[in-house]
Design a protein around this ligand. Structure first.
Ligand code: MSP
Length: 471
């Protein structure tokens, strides 16, 4: 049994959760459930990123104090995480007093690597990111993610000296001591690392009042990413507590847009603190809506609550874990979602459960014959974080059972008076279904539990309403 610490990116609270935000939680939750099923002990962090200009200015636009606005939106994320049945163990808000104080301690420990200088360059408020001249030129002065012109900044900043860390970070990425997935992103990060100048880690208070004060300098506030990244260890109690039981994180889940912060900035901070780097950083693709990036200006932002209400939580988990590829950008449309629900959840699985349970009851099947197979392929995929592929594999088992039942035709065997044979066939099919439900457990925990409770019973009774009634 090992101890496993799983981390998710903490969203900004400058708006409501959208369906894209679900990805970090769902992937991390799938992994957490999988590791627990292997007997490992899991600690699992979630949280909200509440400082920075982006949150501050949206609060003002909404006519609320930034504290009230952040609290209100943080609560929405909390509610969302609960609705998704995410099995986290620790939740943090970056406005928590303990977090703020711990960040200041972290800053003090980093001081040997910090110097002050004037910054004269570009910034993207959408990314809350400093932008190099090279990036500025490549993107024609406009942030490709936020479609907003970069801002010109001329101000005093504190910097973290990258030369103190670059060689170590490169070595740890190259050797996979910090494994970056997928592989092509690892190459991208290695290239970026070479171009990364010293990292600006503060903003003048007159530019950014909503943040963690820099210890010993009233005029400066910590750059929001320093405060945000630190959450992964402050939530464990660092530096007040020894975190070596849980740190380094086994896996950090982040979107592709913020991978650089997790593979360059974060490692620099950790090395400055003499802490180990996360073992794996898994970067997922983005959820698109109708083939396009979701944006308020296009008006195609999909409300996750509406998706949850349409066919329930299990259908939500099903779509986002199977039809949204773990590593590549994938599309959500209501049509695709309804199709997946009706053709796959209702037809492939719901029907199978109903048919099998009905046949078992009719033929008085008791006893299950579990298949001997070991699902090596599934395990390999799960261990490589290829969750959508592992889900496909498990679903393949369900589809195979549908074929098997049609080939064996146990109802005809019964009609011909071959009752024992029919019972044999059925108990094998039930075994296959229970096996498939084990593989499905990290993705569809409720469905898996329902299948188990129906078929591992003294008497098999078909559910009064099918598992996924057709919509
Ligand atoms: N606050 C930072 C993260 C700090 S972590 C120390 C941030 N917040 S965010 O709200 O913009 O994004 C939170 C997470 O949601 C990120 O992992 C991001 O990649 C992910 N996603 C945001 N939009 C997404 C999609 N459309 N699709 C999938 N994931 C998306 O970045």
């Amino acid at each position: 049994m090992s101890k496993v610490y799983i981390c998710t990116a903490i969203p900004y609270v400058n708006g409501n959760p959208h369906i894209g935000h679900a990805m970090d939680y769902l992937l991390a939750d799938t992994y957490a459930r999988y590791r627990r099923s292997q007997g490992d002990e899991v600690r699992f962090q979630v949280g909200t990123d509440e400082h920075g200009n982006k949150v501050y200015s949206t609060a003002q636009k909404n006519g609320l104090s930034v504290e009230a606005y952040a609290a209100q939106n943080s609560q929405k994320f909390q509610d969302f995480i609960k609705k998704l049945d995410i099995t986290y163990t620790d939740a943090i808000r970056t406005t928590d007093a303990d977090h703020v104080r711990r960040c200041q301690e972290i800053w003090k420990q980093l001081e040997p690597h910090i110097y002050a200088a004037n910054y004269d360059g570009w910034y993207c408020e959408g990314c809350e990111s400093f932008v190099t001249q090279k990036e500025y030129d490549e993107n024609g002065g406009i942030c490709p993610d936020h479609q907003k012109p970069y801002q010109k900044l001329t101000e005093k900043n504190y910097y973290l000296r990258m030369d103190d860390f670059r060689d170590q970070i490169r070595a740890k990425i190259e050797s996979d001591e910090m494994l970056i997935l997928p592989e092509f992103r690892k190459q991208e990060m290695l290239r970026l690392l070479e171009d990364t100048p010293d990292i600006s880690i503060s903003r003048p208070r007159k530019q950014l009042s909503w943040g963690v004060p820099v210890p010993g300098d009233d005029e400066q506030v910590m750059y929001v990413w320093v405060d945000a990244l630190s959450n992964y260890i402050t939530v464990l109690g660092y530096p007040d507590q020894d975190i070596s039981e849980w740190w380094p994180a086994s896996a950090q889940f982040v979107g592709k847009d913020i991978l650089r912060f997790h593979t360059i900035t974060w490692p620099a901070i950790l090395l400055g603190l003499d802490l180990k780097l996360p073992q794996k950083v898994i970067s997922h693709g983005h959820v698109l809506a109708g083939g396009q990036k979701m944006s308020k200006s296009i008006g195609n932002v999909v409300d996750p609550m509406a998706v949850l209400e349409r066919h329930g939580l299990e259908a939500f988990r099903y779509y986002f874990l199977r039809h949204i590829d773990t590593f590549a950008d994938s599309d959500f449309t209501w049509e695709k979602f309804d199709e997946a629900y009706n053709n796959e959840l209702a037809n492939d699985l719901g029907n199978l459960v109903q048919r099998l349970a009905t046949l078992c009851r009719k033929n008085e099947v008791h006893g299950i014959s579990m298949p001997e197979v070991v699902d090596e392929e599934y395990r390999k995929l799960m261990d490589r974080y290829e969750f959508s592929k592992a889900f496909d594999y498990a679903w393949g088992k369900v589809q195979q059972l549908n074929k098997d039942i049609d080939i064996a035709k146990p109802w005809e065997l019964a009609k011909q008076g071959k009752v024992e044979e029919a019972r044999n066939v059925l108990s094998q099919l039930v075994g296959g279904l229970l096996k498939a439900s084990e593989l499905l457990e990290p993705f569809l925990p409720e469905t898996s539990a329902k299948i188990q409770s129906i078929f591992i019973a003294d008497e098999i009774v078909p559910p009064s309403t099918p598992l996924f009634p057709k919509a």
